[in-house]
Write a protein that binds this ligand. Structure first.
Ligand code: GUN
Length: 249
């Protein structure tokens, strides 16, 4: 049976929601899961000791350490300690490198979920202008690589991009991974574009919303993902896929 160990350090409310959803998905599909909830004061050494123990346990096929970690713990050190064969987030540098060359065991869950949504909607990125807004290690950079593997012509935009609107308006496929509510407005989107919203923000009223002004953009594009209920569930589905795969490695 596949087994997933989920580590959460501290009490970030968003991380708590994500971790609960991941555990629920495991229960739904019959994957064993265990949660390691550690206090904010946990030291890097204590967290490393837990990861080493989980690396050595046969019934644990996947290990996930929910990010962000408290400031006194180095994410780089922690991600490097996870056995690459159990790295179901695909955050270990070995797995990141394997993705670059297109020979991988795991794909990072959110970008893989976006690719699955595109494919299942009958959209082929081949030869298309694909624009990713955001350059994080978790989403933006690997997303660009997966679109490139699918033969898209890929541009990555970020906070220093000049004439952002001119670039995003070229996109046949636009992926927003910015982390700012309503950042992508209708004037930034080409008529008939496919718009994928990776954002998970709270607006002024505390309501969950994405990076895209959904109401303003929806009538202009060929397809759009909502928040919540778009990319989020796909991330979880891809995590389940990676966990099952890890058990077979
Ligand atoms: N924090 C935000 N997204 C993720 C994710 O996909 N995995 C982990 N471990 N932490 C995250």
């Amino acid at each position: 049976m596949p087994g997933l160990a989920v580590i959460i350090v501290g009490d970030d409310p968003a991380s708590r929601v994500y971790v609960n959803n991941k555990k629920k998905a495991c229960a739904e599909i019959g994957v064993y899961s265990e949660e390691h909830a550690l206090p904010h004061e946990t030291t890097e050494e204590e967290l490393l000791a837990l990861i080493r123990e989980l690396n050595g346990r046969k019934e644990i096929s996947g290990i996930l350490c929910q990010l962000p970690l408290p400031k006194h713990i180095s994410e780089e050190t922690i991600l490097l300690a996870i056995d690459p064969k159990k790295d179901v987030d695909a955050f270990h540098p070995v797995n990141v490198g394997k993705i670059m060359i297109g020979d991988y065991d795991f794909l990072p869950c959110t970008p893989a979920g976006v690719m699955e949504l595109i494919k299942e909607s009958g959209i082929d990125p081949k030869g298309k202008e694909c624009v990713v807004i955001g350059r994080s290690n978790i989403v933006g950079k690997p997303q660009a690589m997966l679109l490139l593997h699918a033969h898209g012509t890929v541009t990555i935009c970020h906070s220093k991009t000049e004439n952002l609107k001119e670039v995003t308006k070229r996109a046949d496929i636009l992926v927003a991974a910015v982390g700012k509510a309503n950042f992508v407005t209708a004037d930034m989107v080409k008529e008939g574009a496919v718009v994928i919203d990776v954002g998970m923000n709270r607006n002024a009223e505390g309501k969950l919303c994405g990076d895209v002004d959904f109401e303003g953009v929806k009538d202009k594009c060929a397809a759009i993902t909502p928040v919540p209920g778009g990319v989020g569930p796909m991330t979880i589905a891809m995590l389940m896929k990676n966990t099952v795969k890890a058990a077979l490695l």
